[in-house]
Write a protein that binds this ligand. Structure first.
Ligand SMILES: [Zn+2]
Length: 68
């Protein structure tokens, strides 16, 4: 499975965003706003929509697009 190459970490008080170097459109967001003692969680965004919360990392589709 193709893997993302995360770059450009944008860290703010409540979340950290990472874009994929391959420009596949996925954004990995780590949320820190669970409150004191809360456990951070990961969200996966694409096209301005939150498509997944937690779970496995979505495949990086940029490589497949290049191959096609
Ligand atoms: Zn990617």
């Amino acid at each position: 499975m193709p893997r993302h190459s995360w770059q450009e970490t944008h860290r703010s008080q409540f979340k950290t965003e990472r874009n994929c170097r391959r420009d596949c459109g996925w954004i990995k967001v780590t949320r820190h706003d669970a409150g004191p003692g809360g456990v951070p969680w990961t969200e996966w965004w694409r096209g301005g929509e939150r498509l997944q919360v937690g779970g496995h990392t979505p495949a990086c589709e940029a490589v497949a697009a290049v191959a096609a």
